[in-house]
Design a protein around this ligand. Structure first.
Ligand code: DX5
Ligand code: ZN
Length: 224
């Protein structure tokens, strides 16, 4: 199953409820929220109050991507605000296993994120703990960046590892996805495709998401 997951980072924050309604109209089930602290990444975005407002505006699954130092300190607030699932960077967690279990103990699904430069092997031990893995296909911090080509190799490698383990955990990818590379990424094994600027900077977000869903479905059908 492949899902297109709109990232609101590139939406108009003054009209967020309308922007969300546009992608909801195309039939998405999840919404991606990027939390940045200006330390782990060189940009600052939103915190729990915005997640809480988004929660009131939609029933979609809220997929919160924490790009912050000391995530443990803030995870309870994001769960209280209405996050359904929270992903943390392997690079920021001294006790990754503990952090994933903290999210789960609060009722959330726990994801682990890898920067482009972090090898898939760094996850070997936690693959049986995490509920999903997010592979960054740009360096985190900004929307609208170019896809880093070796990301495809990492998707394939993780897909092989999960098959070898008999695991079914979804592979999420984030950054630089467009209609041009989407099919290749789905064929490599990606299940949840985060995309922001290509949706919200298009003239018609509903139509763009619908087209992405069509391309992703077709690519799934040819996967061997
Ligand atoms: C980048 C964020 C992404 C971002 C993707 O650090 O994690 O979620 O919104 O944006 P695009 O699709 O424009 O690359
Ligand atoms: Zn993200």
């Amino acid at each position: 199953m492949v899902e297109i997951v709109p990232s609101i980072l590139s939406a108009d924050f003054a009209r967020l409820a309308d922007e969300i309604a546009r992608v909801e109209a195309a039939g998405v089930t999840m919404l991606h929220l990027d939390v940045m602290d200006g330390h782990f990444v060189p940009n600052i975005t939103i915190g729990p109050p915005v997640v809480k407002s988004v929660r009131k505006a939609t029933r979609l699954t809220l997929d919160v991507h924490l790009m912050i130092e000391n995530p443990d300190q803030h995870i309870p607030e994001f769960i209280d605000a209405g996050a359904n699932q929270i992903s943390v960077h392997q690079e920021t967690c001294r006790h990754l296993d503990r952090t994933l279990r903290l999210i789960q103990s609060l009722g959330g699904r726990a994801g682990v994120v890898l920067n482009p430069a972090t090898p898939v092997a760094a996850l070997d031990c936690v693959l049986e703990v995490a509920d999903y893995v997010l592979l960054m296909t740009v360096n985190p911090g900004f929307g609208g960046q170019e896809f880093i080509p070796y990301g495809v190799r990492k998707i394939r490698e993780l897909d092989h590892r999960r098959q070898a383990l008999g695991a079914t955990l979804p592979i999420e990818i984030d950054g630089g996805v467009s209609l041009d590379n989407l099919a290749e990424l789905v064929r490599a094994g990606a299940n949840w495709i985060v995309t922001g600027s290509k949706i919200f900077h298009s003239g018609d977000p509903t139509a763009t998401v619908a087209e992405m869903m069509r391309v992703a479905r077709e690519a799934t059908a040819v996967r061997v």
